[in-house]
Design a protein around this ligand. Structure first.
Ligand SMILES: Cc1cn([C@H]2C[C@H](O)[C@@H](COP(=O)(O)OP(=O)(O)O[C@H]3O[C@@H](C)C(=O)[C@@H](O)[C@H]3O)O2)c(=O)[nH]c1=O
Length: 177
């Protein structure tokens, strides 16, 4: 273990572990029920192809009832959301977006846990967000960004399965910066 003998500046702070050998955040313990499928871009002579969702990935045994896109302007934040019965499957397909989850289920083994994902074209992944997991997204770049949401229950115009609390709610121990 490297120690800061008197070679550095007194106020210097040594980095702690931040990443694993698989290039994942070292503090990422998935919230119970959350699944992540990382995919790789297939580079072609004229660009690249990225698979977004396949039933044979067997991530869940739910249907695909609707797919919609959410575009976020530079710096845009959409938080916090939760659904009682709908599963979100989020794929950032343009730019880079921070996807943050919070487990507020008292009975959950990961109650109180935060998961933060930074994903998009450079690090494509599908994030499965079970019902009752709070979630928010932020375009933390100065470019346009967008995500696809592949849901197992289509949006119900007359009775949305959609609960919200303000982005700055003290109920969730996370601040978008
Ligand atoms: C989801 C949805 C919304 N809408 C309407 C409802 C509302 O007037 C407007 C904005 O919808 P929302 O307020 O739900 O959009 P938004 O606040 O951006 O929430 C969406 O963001 C992502 C990150 C999520 O997590 C989802 O829960 C999704 O609802 O669009 C549709 O017309 N069709 C749809 O399929």
């Amino acid at each position: 273990m490297l120690q800061a003998e008197k070679w550095s500046i007194d106020s210097a702070i040594k980095d702690a572990k931040s990443i694993t050998a698989q290039w994942n955040p070292s503090n990422l313990d998935l919230i119970d029920g959350v699944k992540v499928k990382e995919v790789k871009n297939v580079i072609k002579n004229n660009g690249f192809l990225t698979e977004i969702y396949r039933q044979d990935w067997e991530l869940d045994n739910l249907t695909v009832d609707q797919i919609f896109q959410v575009s976020l302007l530079p710096g845009g934040i959409s938080a916090w959301h939760a659904h009682e019965v709908t599963t979100d499957r989020i794929f950032v397909n343009t730019g880079l977006i921070k996807v943050v989850l919070y487990d507020a289920r008292p009975e959950s083994p990961t109650y109180g846990q935060i998961n933060e994902f930074r994903c998009g074209a450079f690090r494509p992944m599908l994030i499965i967000v079970p019902p009752r997991i709070w979630h928010g997204v932020q375009n933390f770049t100065n470019e346009h960004a967008a995500l696809l949401n592949i849901v197992d229950r289509a949006y119900q115009y007359d009775d949305p399965d959609h609960w919200r609390i303000p982005v700055n709610s003290p109920e969730i121990p996370y601040t978008f910066s």
